[in-house]
Design a protein around this ligand. Sequence first.
Ligand SMILES: *Cc1c(COP(=O)(O)O)cnc(C)c1O
Length: 366
Amino acid sequence: MTEPTLPVRPELAGLEPYGAPQLDVPVLLNVNENPYPPSSTVVDDVAEAVRRAAGGLNRYPDRDFPALRADLADYLTRESGVPVEAAQVWAANGSNEVMLHLLQAFGGPGRTALSFAPTYSMYPEYARDTSTRWVVGRRAEDFTLDVEQAVAAVAEHRPSVVLLASPNNPTGTALDLPTVRALLDAARQVPGGCVVVVDEAYGEFRRAGVPSALELLADHPHLAVSRTMSKAFGLAGARLGYLAAAPALVDALRVVRLPYHLSAVTQAVARAALAHADELMAQVGALRAERDRTVEWLRSRGLRVAETDANFVLFGTFADRHAVWQGLLDRGVLIRETGPDGWLRVSIGTPAEMAAFQDALEEVAL
Ligand SMILES: *Cc1c(COP(=O)(O)O)cnc(C)c1O
């Protein structure tokens, strides 16, 4: 008998699953999590909400989760000052799944998704998994977007989806609204249409005066702004991402989602946590301040540091960045080996964790 061959799609052959190493070390600064766990009040309310949901688990959850969408709309309205309604909100198991829905609905064979590198390393995977052609332009030396070049790339490649992370991962760079507006205008000219996705996973960490692309929603039915509860909310383990867009765009996503993709437990956890949004976000100010201190400290040591509006800092450059990463790990501090050659990324932790990071970096590289 011959061994049967697994008919793995050729573009997946030999690939490893995506993901940063999950190592058990004292100081975890590698995946941009919020270092502050939920308070006992939040834990109690979440547990009670799950208890209530558990009593109905013989039934499928609400497929369209109107109550959660209304809560998310209220939260976005309060956070950004832009009125958002439930019909403009979509959610899934992490914004990663939201993005996949976007590519399933608007990408596909014969179509193109465009982004600008260096950027989030999952974007090409959504394109690959939906058989969407993947094209990347370059960011400028300081990781901002050159508007003229970016607009020209849209005109040249005629993508059906443009993916823009703002603040960008792994660089921390936020986009200004004129840049997003220029890309939205360019997208309007693409024959067959083009959706512009602004991924604001780190939106809540932006510095004062830095706008959210939510401000452009009213005039742009081909804009989607995605957010997540994984970062500022400190709920990475709950898996809840969402977006705001015109109701017609949301309706297109409802076609491709799996039935009952958001479990009753997930919906209950998210709603219980959203009722405590202010408390969960209370640490955001502290994390921003810690980020700005980290930037100053790294610069005071003569290192290059990218401007950042996120809860992480890209710094460098090192002739052998892997050795620096390993040296920190040997001292119990896990950061991320990512970004352009020579750069490293550190997530912002508690003051004690950042002190451990600084001590370790002094020993290893300074
Ligand atoms: C962390 C991150 C996300 C969020 O992913 P979730 O699936 O919501 O946990 C989205 N986009 C970027 C750029 C990120 O870095």
